[in-house]
Design a protein around this ligand. Structure first.
Ligand SMILES: [Zn+2]
Length: 125
């Protein structure tokens, strides 16, 4: 059993907050571009094609990326959580299995060789 439920809760909370903050920004940027696009394409507002490019690059991609991260943190984040936990001494570095009660140096979940941290290893003199 992997004991990182508290960390998953925090990651989900961060994901929800990121989505609440960036999703409206993304929708407003898309709406603004959609409203203004016809006048820019027709040339009524001047030959401002670069404005369209900068609108997409500057106003849509960053909030879209942040919203995607928020969605990932809220609904999945398994890979991210595993990545964060990989160096913790109590977990298998490959699969995140709780190795505190193991008596062997092999993970029963993924057969990864486990090397206990030297600082807390019982003395091997
Ligand atoms: Zn493992």
């Amino acid at each position: 059993m992997i004991d990182y439920g508290w960390f998953r809760l925090i990651v989900r909370l961060v994901g929800v907050l990121v989505m609440i903050y960036f999703a409206p920004m993304l929708l407003m940027s898309i709406a603004s571009l959609a409203i203004n696009l016809p006048s820019y394409l027709s040339g009524a507002a001047g030959p401002e094609f670069s404005y369209i490019i900068f609108s997409i690059l500057g106003a849509i991609i960053p909030p879209a990326a942040a919203t995607a991260v928020g969605i990932y943190f809220t609904f999945n984040a398994r890979g991210f959580i595993r990545w964060c936990m990989r160096d913790l001494a109590n977990y298998c570095g490959a699969c995140g299995y709780d190795i505190r009660t193991l008596t062997t140096n092999r993970c029963p979940e993924c057969n990864n060789t486990i090397t206990p941290p030297t600082s807390i290893t019982p003395s091997s003199r």
